[in-house]
Design a protein around this ligand. Structure first.
Ligand code: TXA
Ligand code: MG
Length: 313
């Protein structure tokens, strides 16, 4: 049990956070998607502590966060396609999975022993300054206990992890609200997880349709576990209206206890998703959710909702 510091984005606090990370401590930090639980990606002991803090049952590959494409190129085999996608979407909510290159320096615990690395450049000013101050890649899953709802505020992080991590850098609520899109690029491009960059936007850059990775194909873990991002209460999807005793999470003209976006805007709905699930979950009743269109960011929202509603292990 350690005391968890709540740090601000002031220069002194950012230096402190960077120093803690370089010393092998765990620091949660904001990104544009969700808060991440950061550790020095080159330090196996530090990365191992992420699993202890989250209570994650097994080792899964983690995303390495870097301040720009040049920093990414120090660790992975770059390609023309990677360059094109980085130019279009970095900084931003897109993770590229690329082959590790010789002398990459990344701990095997970060990659879970895979020959590839997921890298991303977050579009959040505090994250940017932190990564530049650390000067090393930072491995970070979402900063929530394993299997629970992802955190979009520092309060969510503290509610789940206080006493288990050294610090959380508080820079307010995250803007995008769902995790990054993960694109496999070690072979032909394949969508590994829908997220903050709509698949349609990637397809527009590629100039062809993007294959989605089939159901439960392999390697990928927490984001791919069927039950994940789960509130404590049962969740029912595509509900036209709440049943007896149910709370209703609305969308558009289907209003409820909370409405993800009264105007039917998917970006607004994504930004509200995890925070509203946290709020409804705190009320302890089953949750019914209105239908959300499957287009654009709706694919990521529905993916997270299906996991929230999946049978629990
Ligand atoms: O927006 C995000 O991506 C957030 C913020 C903190 O950056 N991070 C995040 O991390 O969502 P996490 O650990 O909750 O999800 C990472 C996903 C996992 O499903 C993992 O299996 C996949 O990325 N992944 C990481 N490295 C991979 C690799 N080398 N090959 C395939 N999948 C990989
Ligand atoms: Mg997660």
């Amino acid at each position: 049990q350690t005391e968890t510091l709540r740090l601000t984005p002031s220069p002194a606090d950012l230096e402190r956070a960077a120093g803690l990370l370089r010393a092998g401590e765990l620091v949660a930090f904001p990104t544009e998607t969700v808060y991440g639980l950061g550790a020095d990606a080159t330090n196996g002991t530090a990365v191992a502590a992420i699993y202890t803090a989250k209570g994650r049952p097994s080792f899964n590959p983690l995303i390495a966060h870097v301040p720009d494409a040049e920093a990414a190129r120090a660790h992975v085999e770059w390609s023309d396609l990677a360059e094109q996608l980085a130019a279009a979407f970095w900084p931003g909510p897109l993770t590229l999975v690329l082959p590790l290159k010789p002398g990459h320096g990344i701990s095997e615990l970060t990659t879970a022993g895979l020959p590839t690395l997921g890298v991303r450049v977050p579009d959040q000013p505090t994250a940017q300054r932190l990564l530049r101050a650390v000067g090393r890649p930072v491995a970070a899953p979402s900063a929530n206990p394993s299997g629970r709802i992802s955190p979009t505020t520092a309060d969510h992080v503290l509610a789940g992890l206080a006493g288990r991590i050294a610090a959380v850098l508080d820079d307010g609520p995250t803007e995008v609200g769902v995790e990054s899109t993960i694109l496999g690029l070690s072979d032909a491009p394949v969508l590994l997880r829908p997220g903050g960059v709509p698949a349609e936007a990637i397809e527009a850059v590629l100039g062809h349709p993007l294959p989605r990775r089939a159901g439960d194909a392999a390697i990928n873990a927490p984001g791919q576990l069927r039950s994940h991002y789960a509130p404590a209460a049962p969740v029912r999807l595509n509900a036209e209206a709440p049943g007896p005793g149910e709370l209703f999470l609305g969308f558009g003209t289907r209003d409820g206890d909370l409405n993800l976006s009264p105007g039917g805007d998917l970006a607004e709905a994504a930004a509200h998703l995890f925070g509203y699930l946290h709020r409804l979950d705190a009320r302890g009743a089953p949750i019914a959710v209105a239908p959300i269109p499957e287009t654009g960011l709706g694919a990521a929202i529905n993916d997270r909702l299906r996991r929230a509603a999946a049978p629990r292990d």
